[in-house]
Write a protein that binds this ligand. Structure first.
Ligand code: CAA
Length: 285
């Protein structure tokens, strides 16, 4: 059995939240994307307008105006939380922040609203005690860029109800994405565990001066058929995000090898966050 979903709230208008919101609107859902920063909300709205227009130019969207009219952008999401059938949190990868957001959502949302977190590493069971109806919560993890990547990982926690799982599976499928449903929680889930193995090995190869980042990226693309090399991928996702993922995994598992490499930490400290900063492993200026 699934809960009827028509109105969705996405919390966080960063790189992920804005595109997740667009994915829902393109699938016909009335979608609000909310963020505390008006500047981020404005930038997100502008980017998504351009992206949807581009998809229409390429014949991948029939009615861009209809999709845009289903999207509301706001720096105050309280009303949208009250009305939403589904709330998807896509804030920064910090446990305390996510717990605060879910505590607020839990105060506002209908008790039957379904709650998803786009967290890439933090299992939803760590958020469950901050809400009233933990059986309504699970991870619903999209990939960057969410408008393009064809997968959603769905990760139930031990308390998640079958109705919640069925609903998020059904909504994800309506967006045209393929669902990967985990049998149980594990920090990092599947895709990021696989990705991290490649990224960490790439950084080790570079740190031990085996090859340039260009050559390591070329090997991944041309010998293995990856769409982009590991250093290009880190610059796309954001080196700060990759670092957050490592820290979160270390905090959750206590596994020293999950800590970010000194090279990655140095890059983040220098502000070389990737494409969004104009520089990362590569220079984009
Ligand atoms: N947002 C939305 N659409 C984008 C985009 C972006 N940032 N970048 C590219 N696209 C779309 C555009 O429609 C573009 O076509 P146009 O230029 O005609 O508009 C199309 O993709 C192709 O883009 P490009 O020609 O610029 O480059 P490409 O062919 O290499 O494709 C890519 C870009 C889709 C990003 C591809 O390189 C790719 O699939 N890379 C791997 C991405 C990946 O692994 N993502 C998962 C990261 S892990 C994660 O997200 C989880 C986490 O928790 C951190």
């Amino acid at each position: 059995m699934t809960v009827e979903v028509q109105r969705i709230l996405v919390i966080g208008a960063g790189a992920m939240g804005r595109q997740i919101g667009a994915v829902f609107a393109l699938a016909g859902y009335d979608t609000t994307v909310g963020d505390v920063s008006q500047d981020i909300v404005d930038a997100a709205r502008d980017e998504i307008r351009t992206r949807i227009a581009r998809l229409a130019e390429k014949g991948q969207v029939d009615d861009p105006q209809a999709a845009l009219s289903r999207l509301t952008w706001t720096s105050d999401w309280d009303d949208a939380a009250r009305e939403a059938d589904l709330v998807v949190e896509a804030a920064t990868e910090r446990l305390e922040l996510k717990r605060q957001i879910f505590a607020r959502v839990s105060e506002l949302a209908r008790p039957d609203a379904i709650l998803g977190t786009n967290s890439s590493t933090i299992p939803s069971s760590l958020l469950a005690d901050s809400i009233r109806n933990p059986e309504r919560l699970c991870n619903m993890h999209f990939f960057n860029p969410a408008l393009v990547m064809a997968c959603v990982e769905i990760v139930p926690n031990p308390q998640t109800s079958q109705e919640t799982i069925d609903t998020v599976v059904s909504v994800s499928q309506r967006t045209g994405k393929e669902v990967v449903l985990l049998k149980r929680e594990i920090p990092g889930f599947i895709a990021n565990r696989l990705m991290q193995a490649v990224l960490d090995e790439a950084m080790r190869l570079h740190a031990s001066d085996v090859a340039t980042i260009e050559d390591i990226d070329a090997a991944a693309r041309l010998a293995l058929g990856h769409p982009m090399g590991p250093f290009q991928l880190m610059d796309l996702v954001g080196n700060d995000v990759i670092s957050f993922i490592h820290h979160a995994e270390f905090e959750l598992t206590g596994d020293e090898s999950a800590k970010p490499s000194p090279e990655l930490e140095a890059l983040v400290a220098e502000g070389r966050l990737g494409r969004k900063a104009g520089r990362g492993w590569y220079d984009y200026s």
